[in-house]
Structures are given as C-alpha cells and as structure tokens.
Design a protein around this ligand. Structure first.
Ligand SMILES: [Zn+2]
Length: 279
C-alpha cells in the first residue's frame, strides 16, 4: 500500500456541530457531558458543539440552560457550548448575559427556536441579539423544518424562506440552518446557493432513538444528493447529529456515504465548524 492510499484511509478529524445534554435521552433519561464524551470516543469524534435549549417548547422537553452547559463543559477542550435565545426570559437581562458569554468565550454561537416558541425569525424581539452576533462574528443557529407535535408555534415559522429573509436583513450575520430545512430540502438548497452567509447542519434526519435502517439511509442519500445538485455541492454543510436523539456513530457512518469530494469532506467534518465557531 503506498502513502497516498494510506492518506485516503486516514480517518478525517470530525466535529459534531449539533448535540444536546439534559433530560432528552430516550424516555427523558438524563444525558450528561460525560455520556457525550463516551459516545464521542465510541464514534471517533474529536469535538462536539453542545447546544443549550432551555426554551419554552410547550411540552416535556428538558434540555439545559447555557449556564448548566457551560458548567458541564468547563475546561474541556473537546466540548464547546452554544447559548440560546428564549422569549420566556427577560429581554435586557438575556441580552446582557449572552453578550458577556460571547465576550468571555463561554459560548461560541446562539441558537433560536422560532417554531417552538411561536415567532418568525425576522421578529423584532431577537434583533438586538442578531446585531450583537453579527458585530462579534458569532454564528446563529436556527431550528428549521419538521416541528414536534404540541409545540407552541407552527410549521410555517420553520420554513427556509424565513431564514432567507433574515439573511437578507443581516448580510453580515452567519446563519446555520439546523436539520437542512428537512422536508424543504430543495428550498433550503436554493437559499444556500443564493446567500453567502447561510450554512446547513446535516443533523436530525433519521428516526429518533432508533437504529438507522437501510431504507432510511437510501432516503437520506437521495435527499442530500438533490440538495447538493441544487446548492452546488456540500461545501456549506456541517456534520451534526442531534445526539442523543441519534447515535453519533451511526450518523457519522451515514454522512460518510454521501458523494463528497475530498475538499468537501474536510469542510463538512471540520473546517466549516472551525471557521464559524472559532473566533
Ligand atoms: Zn437539536
């Protein structure tokens, strides 16, 4: 075996850009930062971005606050934290806290849950935080696509067209569309092709807490091939799993089957995440 083929076989360094901790395991079982690291070791994942999620979902979902995520991930170079915006917290206090967390590098991004909290991304209420993130060059992440039943908002609020409107409103703001807008994959791909400041993460596709079926894998490959044909490839995608809802190991194996060239693989598994989350 020559060196170049060795190189091809060398494992790509992997960042999982979308995981959670808290009472969100199967049957609301609590998962901790330690459980996450065990999963990362098993999957061969170097770094995970822990997304905090103490928003008002209208159901039993119990993620963790950014403070709790920061505490659990403290002094751990393998774990980074994304804060979150929520309508249920007092605006000025929240803006102050997020600003401080960004400046002290306790968080590396801010997540928004428009469909879950019944607002549209272009709503006036989060605008101060958008401006702050654009100025401090911190990415924002939006839930896009399917909504769980019983949530406060509606599906219309999670459509990619709302993210396009936001991208036009804030051309300097880097925006990641979580779950690639699934099921609106084509609309998401068109938005990605059109706006420089838009990215997608590949998380959240398979059946929650179940092993990946081969039929689902074929469906995923089909959806992502359609996406890449419209978006002009995979270069604006980030690998993400939404662990613990899905196995990191199985998700990684599924994404590795997508028809990416070597450059795209580097971007998807590592470089896009470092470009966006490292300041
Ligand atoms: Zn998530």
């Amino acid at each position: 075996m020559d060196l170049s083929s060795q190189e091809k076989k060398a494992p790509t360094l992997v960042i999982d850009s979308h995981v959670h901790i808290g009472a969100i395991g199967k049957d609301y079982q609590i998962v901790t930062a330690q459980d996450l690291q065990d999963s990362m070791d098993n999957a061969g994942i170097a770094i995970s971005i822990v997304v905090s999620d103490d928003f008002d979902s209208g159901d039993d979902w119990q993620g963790v606050s950014s403070d709790e995520a920061i505490k659990q991930c403290a002094n751990n170079p393998r774990l980074k934290v994304v804060g979150n915006f929520s309508l249920r917290r007092e605006a000025a206090q929240q803006e102050h806290e997020i600003c401080q967390q960004i400046e002290t590098k306790a968080i590396c991004g801010v997540k928004f849950y428009p469909g879950y909290e019944n607002y549209f991304p272009v709503d006036q209420r989060p605008q101060t935080i958008y401006k702050l993130c654009a100025t401090l060059r911190v990415p924002v992440i939006f839930h896009t696509g399917f909504l769980q039943e019983g949530t406060l908002g509606n599906q219309e609020q999670t459509h990619p067209r709302n993210i396009e409107a936001l991208a036009e409103q804030h051309p300097d703001l880097k925006i990641i569309m979580a779950h690639f807008g699934n099921p609106w994959v084509q609309e998401t791909a068109k938005a990605i092709a059109k706006h420089n400041n838009l990215y997608v993460d590949l998380s959240g596709f398979f059946t929650e807490y179940k092993t990946v079926l081969s039929t689902e894998l074929v469906e995923f490959q089909g959806a992502m091939t359609t996406f890449a044909n419209i978006a002009g490839g995979f270069s604006k995608c980030l690998f993400g799993t939404d662990w613990p809802l899905y196995s990191q190991k199985e998700y990684l194996a599924a994404v590795k089957t997508l028809p990416m060239n070597e450059r795209e693989q580097k971007l998807v598994f590592w470089e896009n995440a470092t470009l966006l989350f490292d300041r």
